[in-house]
Design a protein around this ligand. Structure first.
Ligand SMILES: [Zn+2]
Ligand SMILES: [Zn+2]
Length: 350
């Protein structure tokens, strides 16, 4: 994520902000710039000769702008195919919170120039079904034929945390769900049926393995012994598709967090591998390769070499605040190779 400033007063504002805390201007987001646009008195912003108006979901927290006359909803909201009935207040509140995570996902897809063809454009296009099992029937999180389904009840911290503990996961967030499920979508769009599939199978395994049986085995037997050597998470051991989606999600976790650090000009160092090397303090900047477009041009080795000390530092910072580790995962050599593949898939798009 980038650090944004208010286009009227230049103060630091956040990606989700709808008002500048310093000059009180109402704000709107347009992708591709580092400044949040302050709205004029008529409630619109003008930029590059285009009049832009707030997305119709502004009442439930969306701060994105849409070119006037190009439909009521921004791209993030337009991709939502099913959502709670507005009369269902609890589910609508959950929906509003889930859209914060969905917009953050969309930011990264746009930043990486990944193809986004919506369900309203083609059959099997990308769609989000954001439904709540709190007030309706059971919802299973997943992806099928372009449709990402998310159970909105997981925006509730207590409920999501109870699932995390029950499943023995070190990390469970709404943004993580979105990043994982979109991984399945991009496997279908960018890997399946392309020359990349052969290499994908070498690294992740044969995806024609029956999924249902793999799922049952995973929940009855658990992960294989020593899984940590080859997989980023227990869930990734279940089936090659899940391994790919988990790795994809981690690629997005890592590059987004690095971009945020770079955007604030953070530098680090002090570590060579796992050895403390105080003489290197400040030697490693998160910025090389960082441009206004993220980590497009940076090699995966460099990305992970910078990520390693950054993750260690953030884990220690979190512990200083009595929180759990920011990044409770270990990237082994086989996982590094899988991440490298995901990087290539994303880079191939450019
Ligand atoms: Zn301002
Ligand atoms: Zn919107």
């Amino acid at each position: 994520m980038r650090a944004f400033s208010c286009s009227r007063c230049g103060s630091l504002v956040g990606f989700d902000d709808r008002t500048c805390l310093f000059c009180a201007s109402p704000l709107g987001y347009v992708h591709g710039i580092d400044r949040m646009r302050a709205l004029d008195d008529d409630g619109a912003a003008r930029w590059e000769g285009v009049r832009r108006v707030p997305c119709a979901n502004t009442a439930i927290g969306c701060n994105w702008l849409v070119p006037d006359g190009e439909g009521a909803f921004c791209i993030a909201c337009r991709l939502v195919r099913r959502h709670p009935h507005p009369g269902d207040e609890l589910a609508t509140e959950q929906y509003s919170l889930a859209l914060f995570a969905e917009r953050r996902l969309l930011f990264q897809l746009l930043e990486n120039d990944l193809p986004i063809t919506g369900h309203d454009e083609v059959d099997g296009g990308l769609a989000f079904d954001l439904l709540s099992s709190t007030t309706g029937p059971r919802v299973t999180i997943g992806h099928a034929n372009g449709v990402v389904t998310i159970d909105l009840s997981e925006v509730g911290d207590a409920y999501r945390e109870s699932l995390r503990v029950k499943l023995g996961e070190p990390y469970r967030t709404m943004l993580g769900h979105f990043r994982h499920e979109i991984g399945h979508y991009y496997w279908q769009v960018l890997v399946s049926g392309t020359p990349l599939l052969a290499r994908c199978r070498e690294l992740f395994g044969d995806d024609s393995t029956p999924y249902k049986a793999a799922l049952q085995r995973h929940y009855s037997e658990g992960p294989p012994d020593g899984w940590q050597d080859d997989y980023i998470s227990e869930y990734a051991t279940m089936h090659p598709w899940e391994d790919f989606a988990e790795t994809w999600a981690h690629y997005l976790h890592i590059t987004d967090t690095l971009q945020t650090a770079a955007s604030f000009g953070m530098s680090l160092g002090g570590l060579i591998g796992d050895k403390l090397a105080p003489e290197l303090l400040g030697a490693l900047t998160t910025a090389p390769g960082y441009s206004s477009t993220g980590y497009r041009e940076m090699g995966i080795d460099r990305i992970l070499d910078v990520w390693h000390p950054l993750a260690i530092a953030f884990n220690q910072i979190n512990r200083s605040m009595g929180k759990d580790d920011l990044y409770p995962f270990v990237i082994t050599k086989p996982v590094r190779e899988k991440l490298s593949f995901v990087h290539d898939v994303v880079a191939a798009r450019r």
